[in-house]
Structures are given as structure tokens and as C-alpha cells.
Design a protein around this ligand. Structure first.
Ligand code: F3S
Length: 398
């Protein structure tokens, strides 16, 4: 890979340990994937924030980098393992909280903005169309590539961090226009009615197209919440972190539907629900906000919970960014939700919080949330917002 004089200097250690280490990571990746050069990035989103996933080895790695590492571009974080301000409310142990705070301290020292969210595009880390970025979290990467039209590979935590210290990333994969050409036509012939249907659709398409880039036709209208749910699901269950929706997502007008074609029918959606759902009655955990809730979703939950009480046998979480929670505070949604017995889980989520062994079954609007909850040994129910809130109130799925 070609390096400029400046990049050679960084690789030689003239800007310190963190930059040198980062250049080593970036050049190694560039050489493996055949990048010709490094390209400037407009922003970075770093995954690998939860102490639950990092452990002591990860914490030590971050502390080493934090000794002299300072990010060169706007950098935000993926969810951590707990609500950074109110972890006790989520029944996180003191030992875990202490370690998680050390992780956050290391990131803060690096100059990273402590916004722990997988929807950075809702809180100010919003790339421009065509901009090169280095983001990590799969749903956010898919949203950035497909809905915004920015360009990013799905970075690992260390390579994203390296891009933040250098301000550049190797130019390969989805940074190149020729690697962003759709290669399979998905014709949608199913009816989508509720938010969770978009997660089920992501499951169907992810499974059908595997590692290809889908060009989806047959969608007339879609909102932001549906798109973020679809992004999370389609990449979790199969495809590359890029898709096109004809007439909806940027760049779709520049491509014709590819020759290879699959269809998605109502029956496929039904099969998806069957595959994602377990046979379960009692629900002891309900989580809305995978990806993190928008203010519109929080408003809908607040409306559904007016004059209701969450079952004493069920824990109800709204996972969102701290900024979104502040907006919810101002608009009175927080009060309604907390009065009903719900809890805000800011800065964290159902996949990266240390939940193993705490709950037996979860109801959620998120197909991706179901995937990760099974890893936490929970039985899963995917449903609409209304169904999930009802499950939280009754303590069971009906
Ligand atoms: Fe976000 Fe966690 Fe879901 S990172 S997409 S809320 S699994």
C-alpha cells in the first residue's frame, strides 16, 4: 500500500505510540485487502466498549493507547455495558461498574465524545453523502452506507480506533464504488404492517442473499424507525452492510435491478417469525430500542403506557442514547414511562449489558435483539410495539 511521507512518519513513531500502533494496524489491513492507499475519514464510531466484551485484556489495550493517543476526527462510541449514570437501577454489579468506568475513562482521555449509542446518526454524528467514514457497529454501518450513502467497511473496534488516531482508513471494500454495485434483485411481494415486520424482512433478505448486495424493489414507503430496524436485522442475518431500495435510498437510481432475482412473499415473513420466535408464555424482560430508540419510538411507548403498570414479574427497558433520553425528559415521556415502572437504559443495550442468567425470556420489537438474546440463553418473542408493551404489562405473551 502506498504511504505518503506523513504516513511514513506516523508509522515510524514520530507521533507517538498510539499513532504508530494504529498505522501498523491500518497498513496490515490495507495490505491484506489490497488497498492502494489510505483515505481520510470524516468520522469514526468505535465498537468494543462494553467491559462485558472487552475484559481486562481489552481494558489494558485501551489504557496503553490512551497514554498518548488523541483522536483526530469526530469519534463516538457504541453502547457500553451499563447506563453510565444510573447503572444501579439496571442491577449492574459494583465490580462491573468500576471496570466499565475505567474503560470509559480511557476513551475520554483519547478525546472521544462519550456518546454510547448505535444510532450516532440521530445525535450529531451524521456523515454526508459519499463521505468516507470508519464505523464499527453493524446496524450503524449498514444505515450509514445504505440510507445516508456514506462509505464505510464494517470495522472492528481496534481498526476503528486506529482510524480515529490517524484520521484515515485503508481504501478497500465498500470505500470503492466498484465494490458497491448491487448483485442480487430482491422483489418484495409481502405486506409490511408493523415495525417488527421490518426486522423479519431483514431476516428473510439476509438469509436469501447471504454475502451479496441486495437491490430491493416493491417498497413504496418507509420511515426512519423501520429503516434502522431493517438495517440491524439484514446485516445480522446475512448480507453485506449495504443495500439499495429502489426509489428510496441514495444511489438506487444509478443502478438497474441485477439479473439474479429472489422474491420475498408473505409466507417468507411468517417463516421468519417462526424461526425467530420461541414457544414461550411468561415474559420477564421486555426491551425496546435495538437499535437505540428514536424520540418517536419513545413517544409511542409513553402513549401506550399511559395509566398502565408494568407487571412486577417483568423488567421493561427503553434502550436509547443519553441525548434522546434528555429530549424525552423535556417532553414528559420519561415521567410517564417511569411512573408505569419502565426503566431507561441509556448508553447500553440488551446485547452488550451483562444479562446472562438474569432473564429467561424476552419480548422485543427487534429481530437483531432476538438473535443476541438467544446468545444470552433467553427465549425470544418478536412483536409489534403494542404487543411488547402488552407483554410487559401482563408479564406474559398473549
Ligand atoms: Fe444497537 Fe445493541 Fe441492538 S448495539 S443494534 S441496541 S444489539
Amino acid at each position: 500500500m502506498y504511504l505518503t511521507k506523513d504516513e511514513e512518519r506516523m508509522l515510524g513513531g514520530e507521533e507517538g505510540y498510539a499513532v504508530k500502533k494504529s498505522m501498523e494496524i491500518l497498513t496490515a489491513l490495507g495490505n491484506i485487502y489490497g488497498a492502494e492507499n489510505l483515505v481520510k475519514v470524516g468520522s469514526v464510531q468505535v465498537a468494543g466498549v462494553s467491559y462485558h466484551n472487552l475484559g481486562d485484556a481489552g481494558l489494558q489495550y485501551l489504557n496503553e493507547l490512551a497514554k498518548d493517543g488523541k483522536v483526530k476526527v469526530l469519534t463516538t462510541l457504541n453502547p457500553a455495558g451499563m447506563d453510565l449514570e444510573d447503572w444501579k437501577k439496571l442491577r449492574v454489579s459494583k465490580e462491573f461498574a468500576e471496570k466499565q468506568n475505567l474503560v470509559i475513562d480511557a476513551f475520554r482521555k483519547m478525546g472521544i465524545i462519550i456518546s454510547c449509542t448505535c444510532t450516532p446518526y440521530l445525535i450529531g454524528n451524521l456523515p454526508r453523502y459519499g463521505e468516507h467514514i470508519a464505523w464499527s457497529e453493524s446496524s450503524a454501518v449498514t444505515f450509514a452506507n445504505s440510507v445516508i450513502g456514506a462509505k464505510t467497511n464494517r470495522e472492528g473496534g481496534p481498526s476503528a480506533l486506529a482510524a480515529a488516531f490517524v484520521g484515515k482508513t485503508p481504501c478497500y471494500g465498500l470505500h470503492l464504488d466498484e465494490k458497491r454495485i448491487p448483485d442480487i434483485h430482491v422483489s418484495l411481494r409481502a405486506t409490511l404492517e408493523k415495525l417488527s415486520d421490518w426486522g423479519a424482512l431483514g431476516y428473510c433478505i439476509g438469509r436469501k442473499v447471504e454475502n451479496k448486495i441486495p437491490y430491493i424493489t416493491g417498497i413504496k414507503d418507509v420511515g426512519l424507525d423501520e429503516l434502522k430496524s431493517f438495517c440491524a436485522s439484514v446485516v445480522t442475518y446475512g448480507s453485506k452492510p449495504l443495500f439499495y431500495m429502489k426509489g428510496i435510498t441514495p444511489g438506487s437510481e444509478r443502478h438497474d435491478p441485477p439479473k439474479e432475482k429472489v422474491t420475498v412473499e408473505d409466507e417468507d415473513l411468517r417463516d421468519a417469525y417462526e424461526a425467530i420466535n420461541d414457544d414461550v408464555d411468561a415474559i420477564d424482560f421486555v426491551c425496546i430500542g435495538c437499535p437505540h430508540c428514536s424520540i418517536k419510538e419513545i413517544a409511542r411507548v409513553a402513549k401506550l403506557l399511559e395509566d398502565k403498570k408494568i407487571s412486577p414479574n417483568t423488567e421493561f427497558w427503553i434502550a436509547t442514547s443519553r441525548q434522546m433520553k434528555r429530549l424525552a425528559d423535556k417532553r414528559g415521556y420519561t415521567e410517564t414511562i417511569e411512573n408505569a415502572g419502565g426503566k431507561f437504559a441509556c448508553d447500553t443495550c440488551m446485547a452488550v449489558a451483562p444479562l446472562k442468567g438474569r432473564f429467561r425470556s424476552v419480548a422485543t420489537t427487534s429481530a437483531k435483539g432476538c438473535y443476541y438474546s438467544r446468545h444470552n440463553n433467553m427465549k425470544t418473542r418478536l412483536g409489534s410495539l403494542e404487543e411488547c408493551v402488552e407483554a410487559a404489562v401482563k408479564g406474559k405473551w398473549s
